[in-house]
Design a protein around this ligand. Structure first.
Ligand code: NAX
Ligand code: ADP
Ligand code: K
Length: 559
């Protein structure tokens, strides 16, 4: 975003002050759309350009007949924010930005949070921290503000790189300010979509402030692209549906002329007797995704278990590593899924022949557990690893730990007074435990932004293992070894959190790989189709429902 702003300003086409005017005007405009009757607003302005946007919002609302109260800081901001502050000061007062002053004011229809935006570098402290804690409170106050806060760029304290809150535990559940609406500028940022971003931003509106042509120049020209840009791949409600549609269909999904082998042959390796359900879900999803042929490969002894529908599915006994190697000698098999319902030992035995074949493949579930024990050697650019958080921690323990941030010590207050004085005395334990707790709080307060993000972790993992990594969750991140990455938010389809839905995702991606999509596109498009299928079905979803929603999803996409 900074690179875009600088490029736009350097071209002489627009000044920083004009960008700030557009940003503030956009926020005021969206407020007036949702609250058409002029009411009462409090605008909280921080020390930087986010605060500058706040002064513009105040001016526009005042001019529209609102009664506006502004709280600001006694600092000298950058030249643009200083000018906006001066313009507001000609219209109204600026009260000190303290919790006491804030609470003393009359209650308002709207509270504009323009304290911190992209420039947040450390945890809010002092009066601002107190005020944010009050607004994000767990009781009635928090609820009151949730309905009325409009955040400029983000709720203050949110790190827009990671979606975590600086100075707060990364585990969800902590009380932090939530907005009813967040107005971001030009593009959603990773932090709007990762971790707690979707939960705290409320309705996310992305306002156009005239930077599109510079963004497109970055998107289209690799040479001038900042090294760590990220595409938000078809992002939920904020996306331009038409753009997504053309990108998706043009990219890959339409089925062109040809016979079944033109569209690839997917092999789904299945497990032993009694574990067949997961692999069948994977296979059904690969069929529905349009692979020309799909073969399910359990051990010969378990073939009978897979006799049922779908009849389109082929079955072939695959016994051990040798069985797989023999099968993969057939070059018409264009992609393989290994892991769902496979059993860790069987998956482990299959890894070497599969990786040696250099066949595009999805490694999921048991294959990931086996891989963690075996080591990452032999992975290649055609592999897609699809770990959930737990599997990721087994594969990349150091990255997972870094992502989790400081963890609270396990407190075990010992109250065994009868044994006081014995060895390992409770008194010592308590002192040590308090010390651990104090260290934890200090580590939190010392956090510096931007925080290490899920995006960073997936990218580091992909670079390390040389394969595409899709790190699952409501905020799925997909990264390739060369640093390209995509974020897919499925925050709005929580019904996906159901047993077996990961097996279906593995099947969709395998189907797309079989059809010839490059691994990064197969993984990202797979995440999108998976969430669309869930959204189309709605509440009550079980994993079995997902594959059969795919035809409808394709129709919705105009295929
Ligand atoms: N002209 C521009 O560059 C534009 C900027 N825009 C706005 O500018 C924002 C970014 O502005 P800035 O880079 O000035 O950053 P912010 O306004 O987000 O805040 C950073 C300021 O707060 C200080 N700070 C950071 N963490 C703090 C903490 N914990 N306690 C106290 N002070 C802290 C920093 O030193 C800096 O002065 C965007 O979020 C957006 O709202 C938009 O107006 C679009 C145009
Ligand atoms: N709360 C949620 N909202 C949206 N998607 C989710 C949520 N929880 C999980 N998912 C998605 O559901 C799938 C679950 O996969 P996984 O954990 O491997 O399940 P299983 O092993 O039972 O198949 C992943 O694609 C994940 O991204
Ligand atoms: K803000």
């Amino acid at each position: 975003m900074r690179a875009l702003e600088s490029a736009a300003m350097a071209s002489g086409a627009v000044t920083g002050l004009e960008l700030m005017e557009r940003a503030g005007a956009a926020v005021a405009g969206h407020i007036r759309l949702r609250w058409p009757k002029a009411g009462r607003a409090t605008v909280l302005c921080g020390p930087g350009n986010n605060g500058g946007d706040g002064y513009v919002v105040a001016r526009h609302l005042h001019q529209a007949g609102w009664r506006v109260r502004v709280l600001g800081m006694d600092n000298t901001p950058g030249p643009d924010a200083a000018e906006m502050k001066r313009r507001w000061a000609e219209m109204g007062e600026i009260a000190p930005l303290t919790c006491g002053v804030f609470r003393a004011g009359a209650s308002c229809d709207v509270y504009v949070d323009a304290i911190f935006g992209t420039g947040l570098t450390r945890a809010p402290q002092g009066e601002i921290a107190k005020m944010l804690a009050y607004m994000g409170g767990s009781g009635g106050d928090g609820h009151f503000f949730r309905e009325r806060v409009v955040a400029v760029d983000c709720p203050s304290g949110l790190c827009l790189d990671s979606g975590a809150f600086l100075g707060a535990p990364r585990q969800p559940g902590e009380f932090v300010p939530h907005a009813r609406m967040t107005v971001a500028f030009d593009s959603p940022k990773p932090g709007h979509l990762l971790e707690r971003g979707p939960e705290v931003c409320g309705e996310l509106v992305v306002a156009d402030i005239g930077l599109r042509q510079w963004r497109e120049r970055y998107e289209n020209g690799r040479a001038v692209r900042p090294a760590r840009t990220v595409a938000v791949w078809p992002a939920h409600d904020v996306a331009d549906e038409r753009a997504n549609r053309s990108r998706l269909s043009a990219a890959c999904l339409a089925k062109h002329a040809g016979h079944k082998f033109t569209h690839g042959h997917a092999l789904i390796v299945a497990g032993g007797f009694g574990h067949g359900g997961a692999a069948r879900l994977t296979a059904r999803a690969a069929l529905r995704t349009g692979a020309g042929l799909v073969t399910l490969g359990p051990p010969k002894s378990a073939l009978i278990e897979h006799a049922g529908p779908p009849d389109a599915l082929m079955r072939r006994g695959v016994d051990g590593a040798e069985g797989l190697a023999t099968l993969l000698a057939d070059s018409r098999i264009t992609a393989v899924a290994l892991g769902p319902g496979c059993g860790v030992d069987r998956a482990g035995a299959m890894l070497d022949p599969l990786l040696a074949s250099k066949r595009p493949c999805v490694l999921d579930a048991d294959a990931l557990t086996a891989l963690a024990a075996r080591g990452l050697e032999g992975l290649h650019e055609g592999c897609v690893l699809t770990p959930h958080e737990g599997e990721f921690a087994r594969l990349f323990p150091d990255l997972a730990e870094r992502l989790a941030g400081p963890r609270p010590p396990r407190m075990m207050i010992v109250a065994d007074y009868g044994r006081r004085g014995a060895e390992g005395t409770p008194v010592d334990n308590i002192a040590a435990q308090w010390q651990a707790l104090a260290d934890y709080h200090r580590a939190l307060a010392d956090q510096r932004g931007p925080l290490y993000s899920k995006l960073d972790a997936a990218r580091d993992a992909a670079a390390r293992c040389g394969a595409v990594v899709l790190l699952k969750g409501p905020d799925t991140v997909i990264a390739a070894p060369d640093g390209q990455a995509r974020i897919h938010s499925a925050y709005y389809v929580p019904w996906l959190a159901t047993a077996g839905s990961g097996d279906v995702l593995a099947g969709i991606i395998t189907g797309l790989l079989a059809r010839g999509l490059p691994p990064l596109d197969a993984a990202a498009t797979g995440a999108f189709l998976h969430a669309q299928a869930a959204r189309r079905f709605g509440p009550g979803l079980i994993a079995d429902d997902l594959p059969d929603q795919l035809p409808g999803v394709f129709r919705d996409l105009g295929l």
